[in-house]
Design a protein around this ligand. Structure first.
Ligand SMILES: O=C(O)CCC(=O)C(=O)O
Ligand SMILES: [Fe+2]
Length: 343
C-alpha cells in the first residue's frame, strides 16, 4: 500500500523539546525520506488563520482578469505572474511533454530578495526583488505571513533532517544563512477564454523540486501524483491540517539518493471537460546561492562516481531554464528515463 506517512514534528517546534521524542521523529523522517520521499507533517505550529489568509489571497489575485494579472509578469526571472501555458515543468527534467504543450497552471512567485541581506552584496539574478500585485491589496500581507511561517517550518525540518542523517547539529547552517527561498503559488483552472479543456493538457508536468526541501500547502482537491520506486503513479492528498513536505535535488545529491528527490506531477480532475479548480503553494528552501552541494561524508558510493559538486545557483539556473525556456538541463537522464518508463 502506498501511503505518505504522517509525522508530528511538535517536539522539534517546541524549543527544548524532549530528546527521546525528537529521536523518534528523526527516525520516522528517515523512514519517510528513504521510502516515498514525501511526508505529511502535523504539529507544525502554523495557525489556521495563516492558511485561511493564504487561500483568500490566492482567490483575490486569481479572480482578476487575465490582462490585469499579466501586468505582473517578469519574463526571464523567477518572480511575479506566470500565465497559463507559459512554463513546462517536465522540461526541467529534460522530458518534453507528449503533446509539446506547456502546463496549464498559472502561478505567482515571490522569494528572498538581495536587499534583505544588507552587506552581503548578493547577486540580484538569484535574489530578485519581488513584484506585488497592487490590484489585489490583500495579497501581499497574507502571502508575507505565509512565507514567514513556511520559512520557519523549513528551518525546523532541516534541524530534524540533520539529526535524521546522523550529522552534528548545525551541519548545514553555513549553507543556508542567506538561502534562496521561493514561494510558488499555483492555480489550476480552465484558462480564461477556454470553454473546455482540450486534448492532453497537463496541470503541471512531472518534475523533481530543485532545492533542499519543499513545504507544500495544497487543497484537498485531488490531482497531485507521486512516482514510486517501481515507476507507478499514486494520488496524494494531504490529511486535514497537514502540510506536505518533499525532498529536493540537493538532498538527493547530499545523500547519493538514499533520500530521494521524488518525481511528482499534477493533474486535477476533469469532469465534462471542466477542471475542478485546485490551488497549492510550494515553499522551496533552496540554500545559499554559493553553497556547493556535494555528497555528504559517509554517503559516497563505493563502486561508481557520485553526483559531481554543483553550486545551488548553477543547479537552479539549469532547472529554471528547462522550466521557463525549454532548454533541457544536463544530467537529469536517470529521472527522465523513469518518467518516460512510467507512461
Ligand atoms: O500543486 C501541487 O500540489 C504541487 C506543486 C508543485 O509540485 C510545485 O510547485 O513544484
Ligand atoms: Fe514540485
Amino acid at each position: 500500500m502506498f501511503t505518505v506517512p504522517i509525522v508530528d514534528i511538535s517536539s522539534y517546534v517546541a524549543p527544548g523539546g524532549a530528546a527521546d521524542e525528537r529521536a523518534l521523529v528523526a527516525r520516522s523522517l528517515d523512514d519517510a525520506c528513504s521510502g516515498v520521499g514525501f511526508v505529511q507533517i502535523v504539529g507544525h505550529g502554523i495557525d489556521r488563520s495563516a492558511i485561511d489568509g493564504l487561500t483568500s489571497a490566492l482567490d483575490e489575485f486569481y479572480a482578476l482578469p487575465l490582462d490585469t494579472k499579466k501586468r505582473y509578469t517578469r519574463p526571464g526571472e523567477n518572480r511575479g505572474y506566470s500565465p497559463p501555458k507559459s512554463e513546462s515543468l517536465s522540461m526541467s527534467l529534460g522530458v518534453a511533454a507528449a503533446n509539446q504543450m506547456n502546463d496549464f497552471y498559472e502561478a505567482f512567485t515571490v522569494g528572498s530578495e538581495w536587499t534583505g541581506f544588507p552587506g552581503l552584496d548578493l547577486p540580484a539574478a538569484s535574489y530578485p526583488a519581488n513584484t506585488w500585485p497592487d490590484a489585489a491589496p490583500g495579497f501581499r500581507p497574507a502571502v508575507e505571513t505565509w512565507f514567514g511561517a513556511a520559512r520557519s517550518v523549513s528551518r525546523i525540518l532541516l534541524a530534524a533532517f540533520t539529526d535524521a542523517l546522523g550529522l552534528e547539529p548545525g551541519y548545514f547552517d553555513a549553507m543556508v544563512d542567506h538561502s534562496i527561498d521561493v514561494l510558488k503559488m499555483n492555480n489550476y483552472t480552465l484558462p480564461e477564454g477556454e470553454i473546455e479543456l482540450t486534448g492532453e493538457l497537463t496541470g503541471m508536468g512531472a518534475h523533481t523540486d530543485f532545492g533542499i526541501l519543499t513545504v507544500l500547502w495544497a487543497d484537498q482537491v485531488p490531482g497531485l501524483q507521486v512516482l514510486d520506486h517501481e515507476g507507478r503513479w499514486h494520488d496524494v492528498q494531504p490529511a486535514d491540517g497537514a502540510l506536505l513536505v518533499n525532498l529536493g535535488d540537493a538532498m538527493a545529491r547530499w545523500t547519493d539518493d538514499r533520500w530521494r528527490s521524488t518525481v511528482h506531477r499534477v493533474d486535477p480532475p476533469v469532469i465534462d471537460g471542466r477542471i475542478i479548480r485546485r490551488r497549492s503553494a510550494a515553499f522551496f528552501f533552496d540554500g545559499n546561492h554559493d553553497a556547493v552541494i556535494q555528497t555528504l561524508p559517509g554517503h559516497a558510493p563505493a563502486d561508481r562516481a557520485g553526483y559531481p559538486p554543483i553550486t545551488v545557483a548553477d543547479h537552479l539556473q539549469a532547472k529554471l531554464a528547462g522550466m521557463k525556456s525549454g532548454i533541457a538541463p544536463d544530467g537529469a537522464d536517470r529521472e527522465a528515463r523513469r518518467v518516460l518508463a512510467a507512461r
